[in-house]
Design a protein around this ligand. Structure first.
Ligand SMILES: [Zn+2]
Length: 177
């Protein structure tokens, strides 16, 4: 019961739909996620966005480039991001609100020019179809900050066959304690 749902064997169907898991528990252990599922009322807090600021407030705390990407859905130039070829062990948090988004163990080298992850922390990331219907945008569930896009079925040999293509500037890395 405790081992089958460790973060590395999370069932595919639960990787992005399972908002009931407490997404901040990943720092503690791989097995606690399941125990906390459906037992706490975090769902509403995540969906309603815990961090809300006006554009002016965001401009005050973000660099102009961070603002352009996180708040205006911009994209950094490929191959230039700080974390594009970065593989230290730790956790990536949102550069806007510091919510944990990805574990380094889910990062892989896609060769696409941006950091790539095969799954986010449960409940930490929201998805929205782009207006043109071509791509699926991913945002920080806590503050709505634009992260990038998610692509499926590209044939990468990862547990989910998904690629979260994330702007480095939307992320902040913290070494695992
Ligand atoms: Zn955020």
């Amino acid at each position: 019961m405790t081992s089958i749902f460790s973060s590395t064997t999370t069932p595919l169907s639960g990787t992005f739909l399972n908002r009931s898991s407490l997404f901040t528990t990943h720092l503690k252990s791989n097995t606690k996620i399941v125990n906390l599922s459906n037992k706490r009322g975090f769902r509403g807090a995540i969906v309603a966005m815990a961090v809300q600021k006006s554009d002016e407030e965001w401009r005050a705390v973000l660099s102009p480039e961070q603002f352009r990407i996180l708040r205006q859905k911009g994209t950094e130039y490929p191959g230039t991001g700080q974390y594009n070829k970065f593989y230290e062990e730790g956790v990536y948090t949102c550069a806007g609100c510091d919510t944990p988004l990805y574990k380094s163990t889910t990062k892989f080298n896609s060769g696409c020019g941006w950091p790539a992850f095969y799954e986010g922390l449960p409940g930490a990331i929201n998805r929205h179809a782009d207006p043109d219907g071509m791509r699926v945008e991913i945002t920080c569930a806590a503050c709505g900050g634009h992260l990038g896009h998610v692509f499926k079925g590209e044939g990468f040999r990862t547990p989910t066959d998904e690629r979260h293509c994330v702007n480095s500037i939307s992320l902040k890395f913290s070494p695992e304690k």
